[in-house]
Design a protein around this ligand. Structure first.
Ligand SMILES: NC(=O)c1ccc[n+]([C@@H]2O[C@H](COP(=O)([O-])OP(=O)(O)OC[C@H]3O[C@@H](n4cnc5c(N)ncnc54)[C@H](O)[C@@H]3O)[C@@H](O)[C@H]2O)c1
Length: 447
């Protein structure tokens, strides 16, 4: 009997990937080098992997190639070393995809004008990956999205090329949970939730992230992993909505909401402090719960808490404008024609991200009502406000004294709040920056 040729195991390329991940010789790709993708690419490169960032924004690719970071949490110094040692490269070319062993998708997931999910960036990245998918690749989606995106949308696109998940290639979902601007938590120190399409996909994804993140949280499916992220961000949006509503009530009752929260916080169990403000912004908290609400609606379930929190949070910029108008009115000044300096355009402290920032909405309404709006933000050099490109105004005593009202919308750490307090005739403080002043302090109006 003749000897038959040795059979090549169909699973071999995936076994090889496991070996290369352990040896840190696997070639990794990150699609989308933004607030999420760039820090992640940097962490893998620091660990010794060869990482290719694929980014459609050519200006960003050039900046990375020159080791200039556009993400505050990634110092250019860290990029410089990785670029020099060729551990991190950036490109707009998708024809690099077949060379990569593991590909992580970190593209945007915004809302459409109708406030429904826009997963077009995920679809276009997946299409690029699908056309060159080969045996032995691991694909992971990190973009925040509704439960079902990975198995109902991405998987069929990838399998349409004739390869089988779990046997030829692997697919997983692992939500990004970074907290931009935080000095306490970073990519490596935030536990990573991971769900695979098959147990093998799960295992390989755990192996990938285990190279840089000590605490991994495996869950039973990609849908569960997607829902975990939805719960986390919905929890934030709803609780911020609740505390904003409490702030509106305290305003009517003549109470200081900040004092109320500080006292409530002393309860050692069953209470978690959230803070009111001019509204919510950024790419996540205002949008993500809408992804869940949309998916729930398809299944006949109304997301009532989400809708209610969204309404309250979206009302807050208007409430702030009313506070400013009222405070000016008490000083016998109409809003129309008054100068208002906004401190902080970014949606949160110590970041440069103005996407969906409530400050933009405050500026829009102030402008519409005839106020002369300017802003100061050490992280945002220029911004388009009310159809005009404006520059961040420097903070100067004389100019502060001439401004009718200063509104603190985002309390970045590197702003001279004492200077503002000494010279501005009127301050509307939506972030409790002047916590030590009592509610009745002359010249400072709290939310
Ligand atoms: N920013 C956050 O704090 C944060 C936190 C957790 C999760 N997320 C989620 O992570 C995802 C990415 O968010 P982000 O803030 O990093 O967005 P971002 O806009 O900062 O970065 C996304 C990048 O992807 C690029 N891109 C778009 N389509 C592409 C494509 N087809 N191929 C290659 N590149 C492409 C964009 O040019 C951009 O540079 C979103 O789903 C978001 O909800 C964000």
């Amino acid at each position: 009997m003749g000897r038959s040729a040795p059979r090549v195991s169909a699973t071999k390329p995936l076994d090889q990937l496991a070996k290369r991940l352990k040896a840190k010789t696997a070639r990794l790709g990150v699609v989308g080098l933004g607030y999420v993708g760039l820090p992640l690419a940097v962490e893998f490169a620091k660990e010794g992997f060869s990482v290719t960032g694929i980014e459609i924004d050519r200006a960003r690719v050039e900046q990375i190639s020159r080791a200039q970071s556009y993400i505050p949490d990634v110092p250019s110094r860290a990029l410089n070393q990785l670029i020099r040692e060729e551990r991190l490269t950036a490109t707009s070319r998708f024809d690099r995809l077949p060379d990569l062993d593991a590909i992580i998708i970190c593209v945007p997931t915004p809302l459409r004008k109708t406030r429904e999910p826009d997963i077009s960036y995920i679809l276009s990245a997946t299409q690029e990956i699908a056309t060159s998918l080969r045996r032995g690749q691991l694909i992971v989606l990190e973009s925040t999205t509704y439960p079902g995106t990975t198995d109902e949308v991405i998987l069929p696109m990838l399998e349409a090329q004739g390869l089988k998940v779990g046997r030829d290639f692997c697919l997983a979902f692992s939500p990004e949970r970074i907290d931009p601007g935080s000095s306490q938590f970073a990519t490596r120190t935030i536990p990573k939730v991971i769900g695979g399409i098959t147990p093998r996909c799960q295992k390989l994804a755990l192996l990938l992230y285990g190279q840089i993140i000590p605490r991994l949280v495996p869950v039973s499916s990609t849908k569960v992993a997607e829902m975990v992220k939805m719960l986390e961000n919905t929890f934030r949006a709803v609780n911020i909505g609740l505390v904003n509503e409490i702030a509106l009530m305290c305003g009517k009752l003549g109470l200081d909401v900040w004092e109320v929260i500080e006292a409530a916080k002393t309860k050692p169990f069953g209470f978690l402090a959230f803070y009111p403000g001019p509204g919510i912004g950024g790419h996540c908290i205002p949008s993500d719960p809408m992804y869940l609400a949309w998916k729930a609606r398809l299944h006949g379930c109304e997301a009532r808490f989400i809708e209610l929190a969204d309404q309250t949070n979206r009302y807050m910029p208007h409430y702030v404008v009313e506070k400013i108008a009222q405070a000016l009115n008490e000083r016998k000044k109409p809003l129309k024609g008054s100068s208002v300096l906004l401190i902080g355009l970014a949606y949160k402290k110590d970041v440069n991200d103005t996407r969906d920032s409530p400050a933009l909405e405050v500026a829009r309404e102030l402008g519409e009502r005839g106020a002369q709006v300017s802003y100061h933000d050490p992280y945002v050099a220029t911004a388009e406000l009310n159809g005009r490109v404006m520059r961040s105004s420097p903070l100067q005593a004389g100019q502060l004294a001439r401004t009718n009202c200063v509104a603190i919308l985002t309390n970045h750490s590197n702003v001279d709040y004492d200077l503002i307090l000494r010279h501005a005739p009127l301050i509307v403080d939506t972030r409790n920056q002047y916590a030590s002043l009592s509610r009745a302090s002359a010249g400072v109006v709290k939310l």
